[in-house]
Write a protein that binds this ligand. Structure first.
Ligand code: ATP
Ligand code: MG
Length: 442
């Protein structure tokens, strides 16, 4: 059974080793245990807030993102994986974020027909960026979105939900920044003042800023270029251009956060990457992850549904970066979830396999996690090597299906944890009665 493909078929040339795409990671054990744990915590928390899960396609029409996110955004300008479907010429894109697709789906299926909806999603997103710690080309987001409600209370509910998630996940060192982008008319007035200010200091603007000066000046405020910090800091603040209604909305959000003991700071230069936001925007940031410190961002997007062709309806949401959240958990030194099996089955002879596997199936049905020793195809291997594997597995007990015990209707149960290896025999015909004694305490 161990011959290679080439030995079986000499005509096959040695295949070259293939590697994955740069910036797209395999998530493997034991790390995948943390992913499963996090996803479980998220599902349980979402259920407590009565948010329902959606699973949407990874590929969407390119036009959805161009229209939804805005043409002059990092994502649409340079980060999308777009391609033409070879079979029918459709222009398609691997989703770079989840909100546009969700809104497309809500409109397509008329989901707001019976009133507002609270939804969440989890899954991979794709952006062609320079891979580095906390920044990948395939990464994963979990997003929560509330559609059809315009009140400040849902903005606040979403922030409380995220905050609660950090608590459940045990995250320390996460701070909240909030801002209001007001309404399009207010932004229009601010925009003129902002362009005038930036033009006055055009000598310090970098190439990107110059390019965006008239297409998307607001985005210049969130530049990371140190040479532009003072110009940006002295720029007119959008908050000063907000009218009464926008300010009232912002104050209502703040009042709910205050009442719930949520600490935050107001960052007047927080603008977010997509064009679709208005009123409340926010980010959760940590200083423990270097420059990729934003773990979650969101805000209100009251005009996106209409922009994607739906009947006008308000909406608000956030998305968190799973890799960054997990990196933070790791950084805090949290141990991996324990996935060691309860028992490892040692099977000296292949003749014992049918009985042994029947016993293991019964144990599993009783909730015991059981790993079976598997052979090479030419036999089960020596007892010594089987016990070695049992030790490596971390199991608390070895079940030894020796011919002698089986002949007496028993299996030997050997403790692998206490030094001396206490051993007892258990009957094969009453497995369910002793199964629980093998389970870990938790
Ligand atoms: P950044 O400023 O770090 O590029 P962003 O504003 O582009 O972030 P959003 O589009 O708001 O990010 O996405 C929400 C979250 O998804 C981010 O806060 C971050 O945690 C995560 N994220 C975004 N891009 C990546 C990426 N390329 N790799 C890993 N995580 C990412
Ligand atoms: Mg980005």
């Amino acid at each position: 059974m161990s011959e290679s493909l080439k030995e079986n078929n000499p005509k096959i040339a040695k295949a070259q080793k293939l590697v994955g795409v740069k910036g797209m990671n395999d998530i493997l054990p034991p790390d995948s245990a943390r992913w499963e744990w996090l996803e479980g915590q998220v599902r349980a928390l979402m259920a407590r807030y009565a948010y329902r899960n959606v699973r949407l396609p990874i590929v969407e029409p390119t036009a959805l993102f161009v229209r939804g996110l805005g043409e002059v955004t990092d994502i649409v300008e340079k980060e999308m994986y777009s391609f033409e479907d070879r079979l029918n010429g459709e222009q398609l894109t691997l989703r770079p974020e989840g909100t546009a697709g969700l809104v497309r789906s809500v409109v397509e299926h008329n989901l707001l027909y019976e009133g507002g909806k609270r939804l969440y999603y989890m899954g991979p997103m794709f952006r062609h960026e320079r891979p580095q710690r906390g920044r990948y080309r395939q990464f994963h987001q979990i997003g929560a979105e509330v559609l059809g409600f315009g009140g400040a209370e849902v903005d606040a509910e979403l922030i409380l939900l995220a905050n609660d998630l950090w608590r459940v996940l045990g995250l320390k060192d996460v701070r909240l920044e909030i801002n209001s982008l007001g309404q399009p008319v207010e932004r229009q007035a601010h925009r003129a003042a902002l362009i005038a200010h930036l033009e006055k200091h055009s000598d310090v603007l970098d190439e990107e800023a110059k390019r965006r000066l008239h297409s998307n000046p607001l985005r210049i405020l969130d530049t990371k270029n140190p040479a532009m910090q003072s110009v940006v800091e002295s720029a007119p603040r959008l908050l000063d251009f907000l009218g009464e209604a926008s300010l009232a909305h912002f104050n209502a959000v703040k009042a709910i956060l205050d009442a719930n003991g949520v600490t935050y700071s107001i960052n007047p230069r927080l603008v977010r990457g997509m064009d679709y936001y208005n009123l409340t925007v926010f980010e959760f940031i940590t200083t423990s992850l270097g420059s990729q410190g934003t773990i979650c961002g969101g805000g209100r997007y009251d005009y996106l549904i209409e922009q994607v062709g739906g009947k006008p309806a308000p909406a608000v949401g956030w998305a968190l970066g799973v890799e960054r959240v997990l990196e933070l958990i790791k950084e805090q030194g949290e141990p991996l979830p324990d996935l060691t099996p309860d028992v490892y089955a040692i099977i000296p002879e292949t003749a014992a396999l049918p009985v042994a596997m029947l016993v293991l199936q019964t144990l599993r049905a009783c909730g015991v996690s059981a790993q079976m020793h598997a052979g090479s195809g030419e036999g089960m291997g020596s007892m010594k090597s089987q016990f070695k594997k049992a030790d490596v597995s971390g199991a608390r007990f070895a079940l030894v299906f020796g011919a002698q015990e089986l002949a007496q209707g028993h299996v030997a149960v050997k403790s692998l944890r206490d030094g001396e290896g206490a051993q007892r025999n258990e009957p094969l015909n009453t497995v369910a009665a002793w199964a629980h004694s093998l389970q870990s305490a938790f």
